[in-house]
Design a binder for this molecule. Structure first.
Ligand code: BEZ
Length: 239
């Protein structure tokens, strides 16, 4: 259905806000969100529709990576505006019939929310009428152990998500929290991290070229330090 311009726009949750609460039926039983996930990171993500190709490729990829996300202390919860029986039939088809890019026999063990009323999708700004009025866009909400939204990604219907980037975001957020640092462009564990407070270099300009202690300052507002990959992974990922 085309957007008419007269749609009722609901406010969207934003970074730094508490994740809106809801109860829902899922393929793994009822959930009380985000209460059931307190103390864990959780990624709530939407997909446009069951039995569609991009969504199938995404679900197979995410399900194959679920253990990796779980080891990083993060649970996964999916959602679309389809009903429970459609979800069950689609996930069974994926497991029984689809072999794609070396992935086969893929079992989706994380809950997939049925949202035929679109209540949850609307609450989370997943219905974006300019893109589709009857389908959720590809949204990804990263919610921390206190139930606070920390990152939001939105993709259109036509573009599948990059799950390595979704994992990088999770590890980056956890690293920033754990070590009190920020992560620069394209950061990966093992890369230098940013010492965040403006002026925190605490060194005169003439000492900022090259290394001052363990920090490297490129200017007064831009200092980095080393943070070993092992140190990051030992704190943010369980073995
Ligand atoms: C897909 O997942 O392939 C898809 C879903 C809705 C619209 C377009 C593509």
């Amino acid at each position: 259905m085309e957007a008419t311009g007269t749609e009722q726009y609901t406010p969207m949750p934003r970074i730094g806000e508490k994740a809106p609460a809801f109860k829902a039926v899922t393929t793994q039983g009822e959930i009380d969100f985000p209460k059931d996930y307190e103390g864990n990171w959780v990624i709530l993500f939407s997909h446009p529709a069951d039995f569609t190709p991009v969504c199938t490729s995404e679900f197979m990829t995410f399900a194959s990576l679920e253990e990796k996300f779980n080891k990083a202390g993060c649970k996964l919860v999916g959602l679309s505006v389809d009903g429970l029986y459609s979800h069950i039939a689609w996930l069974r088809t994926i497991k029984d019939r689809i072999e794609y890019k070396g992935m086969k026999d893929v079992e989706v063990k994380f809950p997939l929310i049925e949202d035929i009323t679109m209540n949850v999708a609307k609450m989370y700004g997943m219905i974006q009428p300019g893109e589709a009025t009857t389908k959720a866009v590809r949204a990804v909400f990263f919610i921390d152990p206190k139930g606070v939204i920390r990152t939001i990604l939105y993709y259109p219907l036509s573009l599948g998500r990059n799950f390595e980037e979704i994992y990088r975001v999770l590890i980056g957020l956890k690293t920033a929290d754990e070590f009190g640092v920020a992560c620069p462009a394209d950061w990966q564990p093992g890369d230098d991290v940013i010492v965040p407070t403006a002026g925190s270099c605490g060194v005169a300009k003439d000492r900022m070229e090259g290394k001052a202690g363990e920090m490297t300052c490129y200017d007064w507002f831009f200092c980095t330090k080393k943070l070993a990959k092992d140190e990051v992974l030992s704190k943010v990922v369980k073995d």
